[in-house]
Design a protein around this ligand. Structure first.
Ligand code: PMP
Length: 429
């Protein structure tokens, strides 16, 4: 096996040193199965972080579906092929009808979350004839120019677009004021952002946000916030886009889609990461009217998207979720984990709050009311020393990000929680 030093040198000479690596001393994985990864040293690590291998690393059903279809036919959507319609029917069946709203029953495919978000924005621009956008003030939605111009949650040299307004997302765990006051303040800020876009001549084409505000550090938002944002954006003529790249596919344990969990009724839903369990695929789900409007005015073709191999993989992911009841498992284990996290809040003065639901959980660290990213960093490294992978998020980087594959089981949860308990006991404030 090459040493870390050798690999780092080769990395820097080829793909460059700039895309971040996790950990002070990076990890070099050579294989994985289920929720366990094997490091070059031969040691096993528990995956408490990765959401792409949603139904488990190297899942048998997914690997079989992928290799069988790849060995049979892989072709684009300019020929008829039943597989992609089978998969589309199954995917669209996961969207529950919402009274008074058009059904989300049509889908465009892509190959990455970025592509899905870019397409959703293009659709919104054409639908509204405007370009103005509202996003949160600490978010990430992808790599394209349009998306870089609205990125606030990751380093980017691309300046924020003149047509973009950012909204501060409040966290009731960090704000002692009454919920209604915080809600009213945020919605007033949104109203001002909308007026500012209108006065500048951009109008409002869309708001785009992750219904769980994952990159933002999973703030506990006032109830009525996401629906309030959607109502105002719609009243201004804009469309509502839910970015489900992190929040979708049963992650919350109670709902297949984060928007349903959060009480949001979007016009467009974008998804990626877990959709193909590591095979690159993404989608924009929307209504018939919106698909017709865009489709009839644009010859939209995406070479790799919607191919039968991707369809086979996507179908296998949905089948595995159903066969292993992964959403229910996320609900049960997530609730169990949340009880333990809430206890850590009581036990340690530097744990400000517990975050999240289902299999998307965190702890926010603060000392004397000041966010403590140095503690989050210690804990992430301490968990690594105990062979458990997690990370941290949020504008202050003080929130732990525990977001394992949904295949995480009841045997693994005690391993993760006891590693966390031991690590927290060692924290130096
Ligand atoms: N949206 C969200 C919420 C994301 O977390 C990411 C990736 N981190 C993206 C979009 C972009 O997805 P991709 O990297 O597949 O282009």
């Amino acid at each position: 096996m090459p040493t870390n030093a050798e690999l780092l040198a080769r990395r820097n000479r080829t793909i460059g040193p700039y895309s971040p690596l996790f950990y002070t001393e990076p990890l070099q994985f050579v294989s994985a199965k289920g929720v366990w990864l094997t490091e070059a040293s031969g040691e096993q690590y528990l995956d408490g972080y990765n959401n792409v291998p949603h139904v488990g690393h190297a899942n048998d059903r997914v690997v079989r579906a992928l290799s069988e279809q790849a060995a049979t036919l892989n072709i684009h959507t300019r020929y008829l092929n039943e597989r992609i319609y089978d998969y589309s029917e199954q995917l669209l069946a996961t969207f529950d009808p919402v009274p008074g709203r058009p059904a989300l029953d049509r889908v465009f495919y892509g190959n990455s979350g970025s592509e899905a978000n870019e397409l959703a924005l293009r659709i919104a621009r054409q639908h509204t004839g405007t370009t103005g956008l509202i996003v949160s003030d600490y978010s990430y939605h992808g790599t394209t120019i349009t998306l870089a111009q609205m990125t606030t949650g990751l380093k980017t040299r691309e300046p924020l677009g003149d047509h973009v307004r950012t909204l501060r997302i409040p966290d009731l765990d960090r704000d002692a004021r009454p919920e209604e006051e915080v809600l009213a303040e945020t919605l007033a800020e949104l109203d001002a952002a909308i007026v500012s876009l209108q006065e500048a001549g951009y109008g409002v084409s869309a708001c785009l946000f992750d219904p769980l505000f994952s990159t933002e550090g999973m703030p506990r938002v006032p109830s009525g916030l996401v629906s309030g944002i959607a109502d105002r954006v719609r009243a201004a003529g804009g469309l509502v886009i839910a970015d489900e790249v992190q929040s979708g596919f049963g992650r919350t344990g109670t709902h297949m889609w984060g928007h349903a969990y959060a009480g949001l009724t979007p016009d467009l839903v974008t998804m990626g990461k877990p959709m193909g369990n590591g095979h690159p695929m993404s989608a924009v789900v929307t209504s018939e009217a919106i698909l017709d409007e865009f489709g009839s005015q644009n010859e939209f073709f995406n070479t790799f998207a919607g191919n039968p191999v991707s369809a086979a993989v996507g179908e296998a992911v949905l089948q595995e979720m159903a066969a292993e009841q992964l959403m229910a498992r996320a609900r049960i284990l997530g609730a169990e984990a949340r009880v333990a996290l809430d206890e850590f809040v009581q036990e340690h003065h530097f744990v400000r709050s517990a975050k999240g639901a289902g299999m998307f959980l965190g702890l926010d660290f603060a000392v004397d009311g000041v966010a403590a990213p140095q503690i989050a960093k210690q804990v992430v490294e301490g968990m690594k020393a105990r062979h458990v992978l997690i990370s941290r998020i949020g504008p202050t980087e003080s929130v732990l990000k525990v977001r394992p594959p949904l295949a995480f089981g009841e045997r693994e949860l005690p391993t993760l929680l006891s590693a966390l308990q031991e690590t927290l006991a060692e924290v130096v404030v």
